[in-house]
Every structure is written in C-alpha cells, then in structure tokens.
Write a new protein. Sequence first.
Length: 298
Amino acid sequence: MTSKQLECFVEVAESLNFTAASATLFLSQPTVTRQIRLLEEELGVQLFLRTKKSVSLTPAGESFFIDAKEILSRILIAKNKASHNSEAYTAKIAIGYSGVILEHRLIPHILQEFTHSYPDVYVFLKQLHYKEIRGHLEDKKMDMVFTYSKDSLRQRDYRFLPLIRATYYVLIPYSPPFTQLPYITLENLKTENIILPEVSNCPKEAQSLISYLAAALPASQIHYCDSPQTAVILAKGSLGLAIMPEFDIQTDNKIIAKKLHTEHFLEYGIAYMQNNAIQKYLDKIIQSTKSIDLHYSV
C-alpha cells in the first residue's frame, strides 16, 4: 500500500468521478484506475462500484475511506515533522473538534495559551464526525475531543467534562413580528415554517428537541437540512426559522437569534480517556477554557 494509492482512492471517493480526480491529482485517468486496482488487490476487497453513468463506494470502500484519510493525515504530519527537524518536540497532543461555531473562538484561544506554556509540544488538530469520536479515543488517535456527543462515551474509561449547558435559539430574519419578542415559544412556531437538522445526521443527544417539535408541529411546516450552515442560508432566504443550540449560532445584519422557550438543552464539553500519559497537557487545556465566556451574547 502506497501513499499514491491512498491519495488516488481518497480523491475518487470524495468526487465519485475518476476524470475529476485525475485532473486534481495531475495524473492520467489510467494511472488513477491502476493505482486503485492495485489497492483493491492488496486489500482483497472491491472499493468502488462503477457503471457507465456513476461511481459509488461499496460498504468496504466507505469503511476504508475514513481510515485512508487518517493515514494520509498521519503521513503529512510525519513529513512536516521531518522537514522541520530543527524543532525538537518533546511530546504530541491530538485534539479533535466538532466544527461548531463556538469553536471558532474557543479553540484558537486555547491553542494560543497552550503553545505559550508548552512550545515544545506538537499540536495535531482534526475535525471529526460525531460517529468517529469513540473510535478515535479508543484507538488513541485523539487525546481529547471537543464535542456535544457524550452518550456514546458512557464507559468507565471515558471522561466527559461539560463546558456549557447550551440552550436553544431561533434564527429569525430581520422582520416583524418576532424581532420584538423577548423569546420564542412553541405557540409562536405553530404558524411558521421551521428548519431542523436531519435526525440521521446528528447524535442522539440532539434528537430530543427534534422529536418534540416534529410531534408538536404540522409535518408540512418542517424542513430538514444537513448542517447548521445550510440552516442559516435557508433562514436568510426566508424559507423558515432555523432552530439550533447556542454554540452553533451565527448571526449578521440579515438575521438575529432569539432564545427558544424550552426545557431542552445540549451539553458541550471535552471528552477524553482517563489515565492518559499526557494528562498535564489536558489539564492545561481544561484550565484555559475557564477564562473565556462560552455563552452566546444576544
């Protein structure tokens, strides 16, 4: 198995187009096809299903895709470390994050304080899908993860430290009547189109409110989307009111956020394995979170 084979596989898996992958990699299409065929022969599995009209991943291909990206990432780290051999790192810490809006100000703050205290520690940062978190912690690919997916980590070897008990907000275009209200109630929502994340695309911790609203509101009023970013775009386009936890709020001069009157909430925090050899570095990061206000400011 070579890095070239992995690069070809990942590029085709992401684009599902051999021609586009070949152009991105600056390789001929026969070369890309040959590299993937060699990889399939070595693995003993078929990675792609190809017809005249489409390309798709097999179940084995979907499983291998996650690992292949991780392997390539590790190779890149190794190359970067080798090219900077004048820097003697004494340790490494691998940090995962969920990609929520809060992390745009939280993680840079933490990294700045951490690297100031430990300039000789190499920091590896990686965004993870919530389904990857448990495996990455178990396999020690990650030392800690910023996440709101904690229920799947309920084992004695795991620790989840809550950083914020996040309430829910409604994103509303700058237009009456909701802009004048102090908060939004379920009654306010009954005459509006509502934008919610797809249940299949979020962890069970986030499904409680979705299920509640789906039962309380007419199905014709609910529009499902794949991400908070898509929800914001839809709300700005006046297709409905987007509902999301406060750690995912992003507003501007076209949209505002009003708190949703509900008992539902999400805990966002740090997940890590206990008895980690680099616990002092984890403690430093945990300490750094205490100096920043994590709540959304209206």
